[in-house]
Design a protein around this ligand. Structure first.
Ligand code: FAD
Length: 324
């Protein structure tokens, strides 16, 4: 098992998720999660806006299997929309269909999403449907298509590691799309596994949407990709209004600022909320060096203990499973 697999498996562990929430926020995640409540995230957005950076706001949530939790998430997101409007923030919404009930009941999820999209539509605020694992890919596209019969303020994500993304990037060319490499552990029957192949596909999908699509969000921390895009838009005379760069809150802050200062549209993905654990673990899975980066900056003894306990619990869980 690789370190990446290890952290992805940790991100999917519901027991550790609950433990982490109980232990509180100060366990190492605060450098990449912009607070636990709306006031804190609004303060972070204002700081970024003052630097010429817009934001996409994600109310974190994982493992939503109860309708009450999905409804709670909906209320939070509606409150964020109100704050974006009333405080004139340069920000839009990112949400995960599973948080609004996709794993519970499709129609229930649709109704929740519609309420959010309609509220945002009234204020002309864009809503992005983040993409999760392969099992949720097609239901999420279906939700998007159905809602776009009525609303034009929605878009989604293309994960370049999926074989079918060549088709999807074309099929959804009339949408505002965020193009990413893909963050979840996927099977070799549906997704590329080799980094070189994923990187190659990633560039192809970005170029395709820049040339043929509506608006492109290039969401990456990879400076090679960013430099390639800078050159590509110059060569093809693609205006700056047609694309933006996106990065996650807390990562490569100097690069985020310098891109904004160079005049590119830049948008930071700003996650907030109590349910930060799965998000945090996926960031460690993507780039295990993030562990040392975060340790240096913010890890205190307590958080190292939690990671150690998490690792122990995880290994114990695997051993027990094997025994069974
Ligand atoms: C704004 C945003 C939204 C996203 N939304 C989704 C989504 O909806 N669904 C989904 O599946 N995934 C999403 N992702 C995650 C994405 O799929 C990738 O898993 C993640 O971005 C890692 O890939 P990368 O392109 O950033 O670079 P990587 O392939 O991880 O790294 C490439 C190279 O870039 C450099 N690099 C990377 N990170 C750093 C760093 N922190 N510091 C210094 N150098 C670095 C290194 O040289 C590294 O070798 C999102 C990512 C972003 C940024």
């Amino acid at each position: 098992m690789t370190l990446k697999d290890f952290f992805i498996a940790l991100s999917e562990n519901q027991t550790l998720n609950s433990v982490a929430q109980k232990y509180g926020f100060k366990l190492g995640a605060q450098s990449v999660v912009a607070g636990t409540n709306i006031d804190e995230v609004v303060a972070s957005i204002k700081e970024l806006n003052a630097q010429g950076i817009s934001c996409t706001v994600d109310n974190l949530g994982e493992f939503v299997f109860e309708k009450s939790a999905a409804l709670e998430a909906k209320v939070q997101i509606l409150a964020v929309i109100e704050r974006i409007h009333s405080e004139n923030l340069q920000a839009h919404i990112s949400l995960k269909p599973s948080q609004l009930g996709l794993d519970i009941d499709y129609d229930f999820c649709y109704d929740n999403l519609e309420e959010i999209v309609a509220a945002a539509y009234n204020y002309q605020i864009f809503v992005n449907f983040d993409m999760e694992n392969y099992a949720r890919l097609h239901p999420s596209f279906q939700l998007l298509e159905k809602l776009s019969e009525q609303y034009n303020n929605i878009g989604t994500v293309i994960q370049s590691y999926f074989f079918e993304s060549d088709d999807n990037v074309d099929r959804y060319k009339d949408y505002r799309l965020r193009i990413v490499k893909g963050a979840y552990k996927e099977d070799g029957s549906v997704a590329f596994q080799a980094k070189e192949e994923i990187d190659r596909k990633y560039i192809e999908h970005i170029e395709h949407h820049l040339l043929h699509g509506k608006f492109t969000s290039i969401a990456t921390h990879d400076h090679n990709v960013i430099n390639h895009v800078k050159q590509f838009v110059k060569t093809h005379n693609i205006p700056y209004e047609k694309f933006e760069f996106q990065m996650l809150y807390g990562f490569r802050k100097e690069l985020q600022l310098s891109l904004a200062q160079e005049g590119y549209n830049f948008c930071t993905y700003v996650p907030f909320g109590h349910d930060w654990y799965g998000y945090f673990m996926r960031r460690l899975a993507e780039r295990p060096q993030n562990l040392s980066l975060i340790s240096k900056q913010v890890f205190n003894k307590k958080s190292n203990t939690v990671i150690a306990v998490a690792a122990g619990a995880f290994l114990l869980g695997r051993m027990t499973k094997r025994k069974k």
